[in-house]
Design a protein around this ligand. Structure first.
Ligand SMILES: *[C@@H]1O[C@H](CO)[C@@H](O)[C@H](O)[C@H]1NC(C)=O
Ligand SMILES: *[C@@H]1O[C@H](CO)[C@@H](O)[C@H](O)[C@H]1NC(C)=O
Ligand SMILES: *[C@@H]1O[C@H](CO)[C@@H](O)[C@H](O)[C@H]1NC(C)=O
Ligand SMILES: *[C@@H]1O[C@H](CO)[C@@H](O)[C@H](O)[C@H]1NC(C)=O
Ligand SMILES: *[C@@H]1O[C@H](CO)[C@@H](O)[C@H](O)[C@H]1NC(C)=O
Length: 478
């Protein structure tokens, strides 16, 4: 009866999740997807309860390992940044997961999906989690309190969701766990790693979480280093004027601002905001998330132009400048939302958005916190860490990441060297290995979503990290 009353008080989405809470993993199985058909690998998705009192549940998608190694594979949890971007929508459907938007000759607003030939499921079981609540399909029955977030309570929800996930899929408790993410996951991931240590220590659970390490791509980590890297990159790449460059350096306290953040609290104000806005306007003709890639051509109403130009020189043949728009069109389909267990059969489709900074408000102190002490503590606790950086990203550029990695003060274990994509033999970037378990690697000609720009090299990089092998050496050239 109590449950019945609860269900009456909740909307369709909350009801769907409440029903999930009492069910096992079978119910989450996704046997097929619209435009793809029957799946030849195991895919599960649904809601994980994180707070029964407020009716908060996070949406997840588990794509099982598809490779051929006859050994147990690790579980890799992928967290997108934002705050407010969907790991499922971006990570699983247009970056490193089993699917990419199918764009060949298609109308952007009627897009489908295709399989990703460089999916990270060739290296691990990959779990995508939409967080915090009101990101992607994740929700809460409490739509006021649960829209305000900071690093501490987001981390608590990540841990709660992970524990709920292990309850739903207990067989994965036996596999090593790795965390990964990009952008604002530069906060989510090291903080979750620290919370997992505490969980294992404090609760001495029957099943300690078998966390071995984490990988971060273009991670927002420390405002002083990351902002300085961005300002230098914008000027060095000839994206902004000398006046704007000098204005930013003179007017902005780089330790106290999040220059990339244009919505919500960012610490950017006054003269600094003037120069930041000038910088974004001057650089506006470029794809700041990867300056070697073209922008999707939009109509005045903000919808993509049909057809798009016949793009030449894309970062890879499957790169799609309009991928966000295509995935949005796909994810808003009612049959897709039903197939993913995001809504109940027959329910009205939700107005899904890949990144919605306005749906939540995020504590500015968290945004401006430095993660360097957290990395140091995690390394001391024995974590293996891979920091990778797409070197054409203008949002969290390589320059800033290099600078904070050096500031950690670790001893180099080997001299800096180039590494190669084994498929092509070409240089894929450079790698610096440090004592104490940290590797820093660049992905040459890759942007913010580095695996989407250089999928073959990114897959090899994550594979080598999980397998504890150094990234491939390039062939000798004369
Ligand atoms: C694209 O699809 C939409 C929705 O079906 C339709 O309204 C539009 O006319 C199509 N555009 C083109 C160029 O085919
Ligand atoms: C919260 O939900 C109520 C009931 O569905 C709705 O009327 C209200 O507008 C929502 N508030 C916000 C901030 O979305
Ligand atoms: C999360 O923490 C922030 C910052 O401390 C706070 O403002 C917010 O109310 C908290 N939200 C929830 C759901 O606990
Ligand atoms: C810049 O911000 C930091 C962090 O809030 C603060 O400690 C410092 O005093 C500020 N510097 C100046 C020159 O205002
Ligand atoms: C869907 O969401 C977008 C962006 O969040 C918003 O602009 C649009 O008005 C919404 N559409 C509907 C039908 O609610």
């Amino acid at each position: 009866m109590v449950l019945h009353l609860l269900l009456l008080a909740l909307s369709w989405a909350e009801r769907a999740a409440a029903a999930e809470w009492s069910e096992g993993s079978e119910r989450d199985l996704v046997p097929s997807l619209p435009t793809v058909g029957a799946l030849d690998f195991q895919l599960h998705s649904g809601y994980l309860p994180v707070d029964a009192a407020s009716g908060r549940a996070l949406f997840y998608l588990l794509a099982e390992y598809e490779g051929h190694e006859p050994v147990d594979r690790p579980l890799l949890l992928w967290l997108q940044g934002g705050p407010g971007c969907s790991s499922v929508g971006l990570g699983a459907f247009q970056e490193l997961g089993p699917f990419l938007p199918d764009f060949e000759g298609e109308n952007v607003s009627t897009a489908g999906l295709m399989r990703n030939p460089h999916s990270w499921t060739l290296a691990a079981h990959v779990l995508f989690l939409d967080s915090p609540a009101f990101t992607g399909f994740s929700f809460s029955a409490d739509n006021t309190t649960d829209r305000r977030w900071g690093d501490a309570n987001v981390t608590a929800d990540h841990l709660a969701a992970l524990l709920a996930f292990y309850e739903r899929h207990p067989w994965l408790r036996g596999q090593p766990l790795f965390l990964a993410g990009e952008s604002y996951a530069g906060h989510y991931v090291p903080l979750l790693a620290a919370a997992i240590f505490q969980h294992n220590r404090r609760h001495e659970p029957d099943w300690p979480i078998m966390l071995e390490g984490y990988a971060l791509g273009n991670p927002w980590t420390d405002p002083a280093h990351d902002n300085a890297g961005a300002v230098q990159f914008w000027y060095g790449e000839d994206l902004i004027s000398a006046d704007t460059y000098r204005g930013l350096l003179a007017a902005c306290n780089l330790s106290a601002t999040a220059l990339w953040r244009t919505e919500g609290e960012s610490g950017v104000g006054g003269e600094c905001a003037k120069h930041r806005d000038a910088a974004l306007a001057e650089a506006g003709g470029y794809q700041l998330y990867g300056v070697n890639a073209p922008l999707c051509v939009l109509r005045p109403d903000g919808t993509p132009q049909e057809p798009q130009p016949d793009w030449q020189d894309l970062p890879n043949p499957l790169y799609d400048p309009c991928s966000h728009h295509r995935v949005r069109a796909y994810m808003r389909r009612q049959d897709v939302q039903e197939a993913l267990h995001a809504i109940q059969p027959g329910a009205q489709a939700r107005n899904w958005t890949e990144c919605d900074a306005r749906a939540i408000s995020y504590e500015v102190e968290s945004l401006l916190d430095s993660m360097l002490p957290v990395h140091r503590a995690n390394l001391e606790a024995g974590m293996r860490v891979l920091i990778y950086s797409g070197d054409t990203d203008g949002v969290v550029p390589t320059l800033g990441t290099r600078s904070w990695v050096e500031a950690l003060g670790l001893h180099p274990a080997a001299p800096l060297r180039t590494w190669a994509d084994k498929q092509t033999g070409e240089v894929a970037g450079y790698v610096s290995e440090y004592e104490g378990g940290l590797t820093f690697a660049t992905l040459h000609e890759a942007g913010h979503a580095a695996p989407y720009f250089k999928p073959s090299a990114a897959l090899q990089l994550i594979q080598s990290f999980l397998n504890q092998e150094p990234p491939g050496a390039p062939a000798a050239v004369s």
